[in-house]
Design a protein around this ligand. Structure first.
Ligand SMILES: [Zn+2]
Length: 132
């Protein structure tokens, strides 16, 4: 089983995982456009996850190749946008599982607007836009 980015038609790569109570949240990321997809697997579905070749068990033992990919992707996604201390604190209040997606979204928003730094007002602006 693989996920495909409909925009770029390239395979999404395994990005990261978070444990959410009894379930495991796994995110995938498009190497082309940075699009992210998340799936939640409960304990009974972890077999499926294993069949996708993903190792479950926290961040201490991810395969090295994936770790490399992740680092490269993150570097590619960041184009010199800074987070103010306040904004970072606010980001930390977002549940860990959705935080990477929120962060990417806000950074994309900031980039579109030409902001170099993400501050609380920028986050508010981004939030307003995401909520329509
Ligand atoms: Zn894509």
């Amino acid at each position: 089983m693989k996920f495909i980015c409909l925009k770029c038609e390239s395979y999404l790569l395994y990005d990261m995982q978070e444990k959410i109570e009894e379930s495991i949240g796994i995110t995938f990321k498009c190497p082309q456009c940075g699009y992210r997809l998340a799936m939640i697997a409960n304990a009974g579905e972890t077999q499926l996850v294993h069949s996708m070749g993903i190792k479950i068990g926290g961040r201490t033992s991810p395969p090295e190749a994936l770790e490399m990919t992740r680092t490269n992707l993150d570097e590619g996604a960041e184009t010199g946008i800074d987070w103010s201390e306040e904004a970072e604190r606010r980001l930390e209040q977002i549940p860990p599982f959705v935080r990477p997606m929120a962060k990417t979204g806000i950074e994309r928003f900031a980039r579109e607007r030409g902001y170099r730094e993400i501050t609380l007002p920028v986050m508010e602006e981004a939030k307003k836009r995401f909520m329509g």
